[in-house]
Design a binder for this molecule. Structure first.
Ligand code: SF4
Length: 338
């Protein structure tokens, strides 16, 4: 079969990517633009899968999120069920300290590799510190505990660390400042603040929808790589019915898996953890990190995502990874501190 110039270019880029040292922007853009049903897309996913297996020695990780509250949030990110502009969450709903203890115990029993506590920007900072202390009181000291919270100053980042938080998830979201009311620079400053306080960073190119162009994905990918995060990748937007972006639709598994794979090759072997696994397809496309979810979730409108919402438990991710030929790491996350 004679290859077209465009196909030949993809295979040349895959040869560059095989060194595991990442790719320049123009090559990343070519890969993001590939037809997800083409032979080249499957080759990209194949190579990314092998690279991820190598990066973590065949061991996938399951990180576990606890959503602390579901109160309406005035930052108005159009894709989020908590955003006031979407009108989907009318009342204050917060987990109690007992809930947090119970979820931490459960995650630990089930073998989570890392625990993260998510709260909306409207959640009081002092209360967040209190909940960090509660979680720390039941988690093993070696269990990494991460925060996903509002933008913070260096002082607040240091307070998080003093309360037992080891790292943070923070991202400049797709079309930040356009589909949200938060300026890009504010998100970047928080990332710098978190790093300055000695917290490790997880980030992601998210939430990706069908409207985002390869050029936008490249810009976000480069930003993630430059952030020095210890895990990153690509995550699709989950459509929450009733949100302002509902009509834009959602990427299917094939396109999402291609994005996950491209990120792996774009960043190379480091960082070792590449997200986000949602299915065995993403777990065979360079994804080696999945997120279990309980409590409140910006991607649905349930009071507890594990009861009728979209949140998957640790058993689901074990199933997804083992069906894709992975072992799941037994013990605490190795990737979060690399
Ligand atoms: S994504 Fe975060 S900041 Fe934006 S509306 Fe939702 S809770 Fe608020």
């Amino acid at each position: 079969m004679k290859l077209t110039d465009a196909q030949t270019r993809v295979y040349e880029i895959l040869e560059h990517a095989a060194a595991g040292e990442g790719l320049p922007d123009d090559e990343i853009e070519v890969l993001y633009a590939v037809d997800p049903l083409s032979r080249e897309a499957f080759a990209i996913r194949h190579d990314a899968h092998l690279m991820s297996l190598e990066a973590t020695n065949g061991k996938a990780e399951i990180h576990a999120q606890i959503g602390l509250n579901g109160s309406p949030c005035g930052k108005n990110c159009k894709f989020c069920s908590f955003a006031v502009c979407n009108g989907l969450r009318k009342k204050l709903f917060e987990l109690t300290a007992e809930d947090v203890k119970r979820y931490c115990d459960l995650y630990q029993e089930q073998g989570a590799n890392l625990v993260l506590m998510l709260a909306t920007a409207s959640y009081p900072f002092e209360k967040y510190l209190e909940m960090a202390n509660v979680a720390r009181s039941v988690l093993d000291p070696e269990m990494p505990l991460l925060a996903n919270y509002d933008d913070v100053t260096v002082e607040r980042a240091r307070q998080l660390k003093a309360a037992g938080i080891d790292g943070a998830y923070h991202a400049v979201r797709m079309r930040e400042g356009v589909d949200t009311t938060i300026p890009v620079e504010k998100r970047l400053q928080t990332i710098r603040n978190l790093r300055e306080a000695g917290l490790s960073l997880q980030t992601c190119v998210e939430p990706i929808g069908p409207e985002h162009t390869p050029a936008e994905l490249v810009e976000a990918t480069r930003r993630c790589i430059d952030s020095g995060a210890n895990s990153a990748g690509c995550g699709r937007r989950i459509t929450v019915p009733g949100t302002q972006v509902e009509s834009r639709g959602q990427l299917n598994d094939l396109q999402n898996s291609l994005n996950v794979a491209v990120y792996r090759l774009a960043t190379g072997l480091k960082p070792a953890l590449n997200c986000a696994v949602s299915t065995p397809i993403t777990a065979t496309s360079g994804g080696n990190l999945g997120w279990a979810e309980v409590g409140l979730n910006p991607r649905d409108t349930a009071e507890r995502t594990e009861n009728g919402g979209r949140g998957n438990d640790i058993a689901y991710y074990r199933w997804a990874f083992t069906n894709a030929g992975w072992e799941v790491l037994d013990g605490y996350s190795q990737g979060w501190k690399l």
